[in-house]
Design a protein around this ligand. Structure first.
Ligand SMILES: [Zn+2]
Length: 497
């Protein structure tokens, strides 16, 4: 069978050309996808989750179309300074000092949190998840190449990219739509940055001061890499000097992605990425999310309901569904009202799967051409730059068809019934990555607790009628399952772990 991508023509919005373009991979059947991962110095916030979820959905659809995708998403565990203009402390080193632990303990703690949170949202793991600290040698090699080509200079143990020199032969600012003249006009030379020839220049390698804890030897002395160079080093290593799709949050377009393009063009002499995709931000109650103004919520607070902003908990599946109801390039606002509405829609779709199970087809009738047209509309939605809100609208059209059949207002052939069922399942579960939250761990734990409590009630009744044999039997049976019991004067308590 031919892969689906032969049948469907995918279009993507390329931030570089600012146009929707037909997607053609460099090598037929294969897609190289790179997405900038998190800087692991704090718990992952919901806005970042939206970005990673957007690219997870894109990854899932590419897989569904039959592409072999190598998906690389890095972990930034060094080199990201507090200030994007190469100033301030390393975010991870700062946190390590604050918590009085090793930088790698910070990295481990927040990498684990990141993975757990994304698992809740049912994100597929990337094919490769490289770390910046694991690729110091590769970063040094590319810096050497940029120096050799004359696009960087060394000052006092640090190496800076020469933006003006690069712009003479290339176009710095083409991704973000900024001109170097505007950048020069809008930047003041800050004190303490006098090492740079121009304020626009960015660090490829920074000299480590004696107190700096994260440091590596290099041809320029002990130091650490600049933030942007890691993505150039890791994308080149795993996807080649030119690859298909580079994604990330809109906020990374400048300076991070602009610098990535400059580094790759300066070292390899060619444009590194064919399609740049950017996911837009998530606001909360109409305002930008920010820790300093308290207009902020972590995923775990949303799931547990323990927060000041929402009156009840929302499952990860509902939050995922809510996020996919907007196109990834649009700003999306999170509010209780919007989540409530998403929850209703999500359950309506889930219920249709139960209804589907009870449907029957009719023998000897022709296939209905409108069913196939509906299937095509689902694909058209995703082929149009992964338009998940339109796809979801089409899935609700599917629910209408299912309900008509259920109400015996419509009859379908067995082939059509299979097609409806497959299409609903494929898009809901495989492509959108949604799942049935009713089977979540929390729910199962609740059910288990209920059953244990029921048994404990029976045990205390047995004790009350002095049937100690039965009471011991129940106790042994519960404990044999690994559930610990503790008798107190107020009754029996238990713990599941
Ligand atoms: Zn990056």
């Amino acid at each position: 069978m031919q892969p689906l991508y032969h049948k469907h023509s995918l279009k993507v919005f390329n931030s570089l050309s600012r146009k929707k373009e037909a997607f053609t991979p460099i090598k037929e059947g294969y897609v190289g996808l790179y997405v900038c991962g998190p800087t692991v110095y704090s718990n992952v916030h919901l806005g970042n989750c939206r970005t990673f979820m957007s690219f997870d959905t894109i990854y899932r659809y590419l897989l569904h179309l039959g592409y072999k995708v190598r998906y690389v998403r890095n972990i930034t565990d060094a080199g990201h300074l507090e200030n994007d203009a190469d100033a301030g402390e390393d975010k991870i080193a700062k946190k390590a000092k604050l918590e009085q632990i090793e930088p790698m303990e910070v990295v481990q703690k927040y990498t684990v949190d990141f993975h757990r949170t994304l698992e809740h949202f049912n994100l597929l793991p990337p094919s490769i998840e490289p770390t910046a600290t694991g690729h110091i040698i590769e970063q040094i090699e590319i810096i050497k190449e940029i120096l050799d080509k004359g696009f960087a200079y060394e000052v006092n143990g640090s190496v800076y990219f020469d933006v003006q020199k690069f712009n003479e032969s290339n176009d710095y600012g083409k991704l973000s739509g900024r001109s170097i003249e505007d950048m020069v006009a809008n930047t003041r030379a800050l004190q303490g940055q006098s090492e740079k020839k121009n304020p626009q220049d960015f660090a490829l390698w920074k000299k480590a001061e004696p107190t700096h804890i994260m440091r590596w030897p290099s041809p320029w002395g002990d130091g650490f890499p600049g933030w942007h160079i890691e993505c150039t080093a890791m994308s080149t290593k795993y996807l080649g000097e030119q690859f298909d799709i580079h994604g990330g949050g809109m906020d990374l377009k400048f300076p991070h992605h602009e610098c990535e393009i400059a580094q790759a063009e300066a070292s390899k002499g060619k444009s590194p990425v064919n399609y740049w995709l950017h996911a837009n931000m998530l606001t909360l109650n109409g305002k930008k999310m920010s820790k300093s103004t308290d207009n902020n919520i972590y995923p775990s607070e949303l799931f547990s309901g323990e927060n000041k902003l929402f009156s009840k908990p929302f499952s990860a599946a509902v939050v995922r569904f809510f996020m996919l109801q907007a196109h990834y390039t649009s700003v999306l606002d999170l509010s209780e009202e919007a989540l409530d509405a998403a929850e209703k829609g999500y359950f309506r779709l889930l219920e249709s799967f139960s209804t589907l199970e009870g449907l029957s087809s009719k023998e000897g009738i022709e296939n209905d051409p409108t069913i196939e047209q509906w299937v095509n509309r689902c694909y058209e939605a995703m082929n149009d730059d992964f338009n998940t809100p339109i796809l979801i609208a089409q899935l609700f059209e599917g629910v209408k068809i299912i309900n008509l059949i259920n109400d015996q207002k419509k009859t379908v052939s067995s082939e059509d019934l299979v097609l409806i069922s497959q299409t609903m399942r494929t898009f809901f579960f495989d492509v959108l990555g949604l799942f049935d939250s009713r089977n979540s761990d929390a729910k199962q734990e609740g059910q288990l607790k209920g059953l244990v409590e029921l048994l404990l009630k029976e045990r205390s009744e047995a004790r009350a009628r002095k049937d100690f044999q039965r009471s011991d039997e129940i106790r042994d049976a519960i404990e044999a399952l690994g559930i610990k019991l503790k008798d107190t004067k107020d009754g029996t308590t238990f713990s599941l772990s």
